[in-house]
Design a binder for this molecule. Structure first.
Ligand SMILES: Cc1cc2nc3c(=O)[nH]c(=O)nc-3n(C[C@H](O)[C@H](O)[C@H](O)COP(=O)(O)OP(=O)(O)OC[C@H]3O[C@@H](n4cnc5c(N)ncnc54)[C@H](O)[C@@H]3O)c2cc1C
Length: 393
């Protein structure tokens, strides 16, 4: 057994069904959990808005605070730092004489670059890193095709994976988390410490729903399952809003899938959330397959001949909800105020930007990245690829 492991939390801000944390707690007598707020995530883009907008940042702070509380209940603590994780986590591992760093494996190019840098930095201290693939519901080995032959559309993916669907099981949360006796916990940054003016939220109005964190996610799922059971007509419910919590890993996709699938054995119609979770799954594997292509104007399909207008004034009409289409304006206003719009509202607003204003679709995707609380790289950029007709169905 190792003496000490640093557990670096990323987009897996939960104790329940966290394979990497479970493995760390089995493998070491002391765990030092850490979360690093990365200032690069809060910088302004070339278009003038932040990569992570105020509402999304607030939800993140709430989720990390709740994680810290949960870890404290288990006898440990969550170390909080602000800076570049690839430097900070390596230095912590050296300072605390850890033998390993355990963490989750990410798919998006920027996150994977950070992992490789961390891995290199750790090597200079003779410390190993273990990365756990946790963000999909199916293990790669259980897919009926190699990722290089991933079906090009969701319909075909869905048909093939459903023939022998093998969703991951759950991992229990650790009973206790034991820290070394001497440690510097660090304090939770406020919005201003991340360069964000809190008035941005007050000016926009309250987000109007539960706060971030694992507890709220589990309660939301529980209440959905209860409502579903008591729904008299037997028609499926949808729009759980679980996506906000899923995006930060406050709850895991297989956990939701299993809870819903187990509860619907005698139901005639399948809960649409099952299909939605498989759509998310498909886009995760799509990002793994195509990587940086997903973020370029030419998209997954390499449509180099399609030209987009970089008309900042037209784009700002859209972001300021001042287009000549009242429905689109109402949707963007809702996004700016609450950080959430439904899937069909996302499509309507996206379609208007692309087909009526002819504006570079990657700008729209960047705007959604900043403002959607549920932002996930693969799903957001994948859906925008589709709207711009440079990606898969
Ligand atoms: C342009 C555009 C951008 C989008 N960006 C994101 C994003 O950044 N993050 C995100 O989670 N979803 C995104 N979606 C998908 C979808 O709009 C949201 O997942 C959904 O509105 C969330 O609501 P819910 O949690 O109530 O979904 P539910 O109906 O409860 O579905 C359960 C889960 O399935 C996933 N899901 C639902 N619909 C889809 C879909 N169409 N494609 C892939 N996965 C889906 C979500 O993780 C969701 O939480 C985007 C869609 C479009 C058209």
């Amino acid at each position: 057994m190792a003496r000490r492991i640093i557990y670096w939390f990323r987009n897996d801000l939960r104790l329940r069904d966290n394979q990497a944390l479970h493995s760390a707690s089995e493998a070491a007598s002391e765990i030092i959990p850490v979360y690093v707020f990365d200032p690069r995530q809060f910088e302004k883009t070339k278009l003038g808005f932040r990569r992570t907008g105020a509402l999304r940042a607030k939800f993140l702070i709430e989720s990390v605070t709740e994680l810290r509380n949960r870890i404290r209940e288990k006898g440990g603590d969550l170390l909080i730092r602000v800076g570049d994780p690839e430097t900070i986590v390596a230095q912590l591992a050296e300072d605390y004489a850890a033998e390993y760093v355990y963490t989750s494996k990410e798919i998006a190019p920027e996150e994977t670059r950070i992992e490789s840098s961390l891995s290199k930095n750790l090597k200079t201290f003779n410390i190993d890193i273990r990365l756990f693939w946790m963000d999909t519901m199916i293990n790669a080995a259980d897919l009926p095709f190699p990722i290089s032959k991933l079906p090009s559309g969701f319909a075909s993916f869905n048909e093939q994976v459903r023939k022998d669907l093998n969703i991951k099981g759950s991992f229990p949360e650790p009973d206790t988390i034991t820290l070394p006796s001497e440690f510097d916990a660090g304090s939770m940054p406020s919005l201003p410490a991340l360069g964000i003016d809190p008035n941005e939220i007050q000016a926009a109005g309250p987000a109007g729903y539960l706060s971030g964190g694992e507890k709220a996610a589990l309660e939301l799922l529980e209440s959905y399952l209860e409502r579903k059971l008591s729904y008299e007509t037997g028609e499926p419910l949808t729009d759980t809003r679980l996506s906000d919590w899923l995006s930060l890993g406050c709850i895991s996709a297989p956990y939701i899938y299993n809870a819903i699938a187990n509860g619907q054995s005698d139901s005639k119609t399948e809960d649409p959330i099952i299909t939605n979770l498989l759509k998310r799954e498909f886009l995760h594997w799509t990002l793994l397959r195509y990587g940086p292509r997903m973020f370029k104007p030419s998209g997954i399909k390499h449509h180099f001949f399609r030209r987009w207008s970089n008309d900042q004034a037209a784009f700002e009409k859209w972001t300021n909800a001042q287009t000549d289409d009242q429905q689109v304006n109402a949707i963007i206003n809702k996004l700016n105020k609450t950080g959430f719009i439904t899937a069909s509202e996302r499509e309507i607003a996206g379609d208007f930007l692309v087909n009526n204003l002819d504006v570079n679709w990657t700008w729209g995707a960047m705007y959604f990245e900043s403002h959607l609380i549920d932002y996930e790289a693969s799903v957001n950029w994948g859906r925008w690829n589709k709207i711009a007709e440079v990606g898969e169905d």
